[in-house]
Design a binder for this molecule. Structure first.
Ligand SMILES: NC(=O)c1ccc[n+]([C@@H]2O[C@H](COP(=O)([O-])OP(=O)(O)OC[C@H]3O[C@@H](n4cnc5c(N)ncnc54)[C@H](O)[C@@H]3O)[C@@H](O)[C@H]2O)c1
Length: 303
């Protein structure tokens, strides 16, 4: 049996730390006795997060995870400040900034930005942290999602990135086997944070779509503190997979069969087709309006 991995005095880096799951995780890991390196897009957001924490145990720094140079320099700052880095939690991610969209209607640049943050941002975090994590026989956690194994329609760049993150985490765990260091994949289900708002009333059609395909108990969101608790438990035993809430474990286990059933249902369900077409139309009109406004402002500026 492996001995329990204690978080006391470990140095733990969380990206996207000011968000719902990041902030709850930061608090839980701090309470477990670790020192924290907390990064997010703005300095003010991470400064607010560390207010009230012991300043000797925290380092708050702005970081865009798509910037490989800045990401490596955060690791250097962590080592300069605490002498080491033990754990990196690649948590930062985004989804559509406004309306959900289909692959036909979405803005190309937005699609690519989501992949850039959600997949390449994770890769850059992992790459920057690995030398220290290996040296200290520490851990990497990559935050995937249940979207790694459920149908990602109208959320395709996010779902595709989360599937890629899962694959990256599994590969990394295997490559680290025998070194003393390890990697885990975190799979939260819907969680009450700003990111999940669209699915829960923020966009009536997206909400109706979710209600049509998901049984009520499956789509009930959990508080971010539940994810944080599962993460701390997972770190203690270097769990390969942290699936939270546990009701998603059988879905992950049976994903091959369930994929056939759900994709077949979506193929045949006229109600689903209507809802997807409505999202298509709404999202096209939003992009057309944005395009017209852009054309108008270009026209005005050239007059
Ligand atoms: N909320 C859910 O239902 C849910 C479900 C499954 C997985 N997740 C995953 O959990 C993680 C945390 O999500 P959350 O729900 O707390 O969302 P959130 O929106 O509350 O937090 C995300 C954080 O990432 C930061 N961020 C965005 N772009 C960034 C960038 N380029 N560089 C650095 N930071 C950036 C944001 O500023 C924000 O603080 C994400 O990986 C998300 O995909 C969330």
């Amino acid at each position: 049996m492996r001995t329990k991995y204690a978080l006391t005095d470990k140095v733990v880096w969380i990206t996207g730390a000011a968000g719902g799951i990041g902030a709850a995780s930061a608090k839980a890991i701090y309470d477990a006795g670790a020192c924290l390196v907390l990064t997010d897009l703005t300095q003010t957001s991470v400064d607010a997060l560390v207010a009230g924490m012991d300043c000797k145990r925290v380092l708050a720094q702005s970081l865009d995870v798509t910037d490989a140079y800045q990401t490596k320099s955060v690791v250097n700052c962590a080592v300069a400040r605490f002498g080491r880095l033990d754990i990196a939690i690649a948590n930062a991610a985004i989804s559509w900034s406004g309306e959900p969209a289909t692959l036909i209607s979405c803005d190309e640049a937005e699609f690519e930005r989501i992949v850039e943050v959600d997949f390449l941002g994770v890769w850059r975090t992992v790459k920057a942290a690995l030398p220290e994590v290996l040296r200290n026989r520490g851990q990497i956690v990559v935050t995937s999602s249940i979207y790694a194994f459920i149908n990602g329609m109208v959320n395709a760049p996010y779902a595709a990135s989360k599937a890629a993150v899962e694959s990256l985490g599994r590969s990394l765990r295997s490559e680290l086997a025998g070194t003393g260091a390890s990697a885990s994949v975190l799979y939260p289900g819907w969680t009450s944070t700003p990111m999940a708002k669209v699915a829960f009333g923020g966009h009536p059609v997206a909400t109706e779509l979710l209600n049509t395909i998901m049984p009520a108990p499956a789509r009930r969101p959990i508080p971010p503190e539940d994810v944080a608790r599962a993460l701390v438990e997972g770190l203690a035993c270097r769990a390969p997979r942290i699936i939270v809430p546990p009701r998603w474990r059988p879905v992950s286990l049976l994903r091959g069969v369930l994929m056939l059933v759900t994709d077949e249902y979506i193929d045949r369900s006229a109600a689903m087709h209507r809802l997807v077409r409505r999202i298509d139309i709404l999202s096209r009109s939003v992009h057309a309006r944005a395009g017209n406004e852009m054309e108008k402002s270009v026209e005005q500026s050239t007059k």
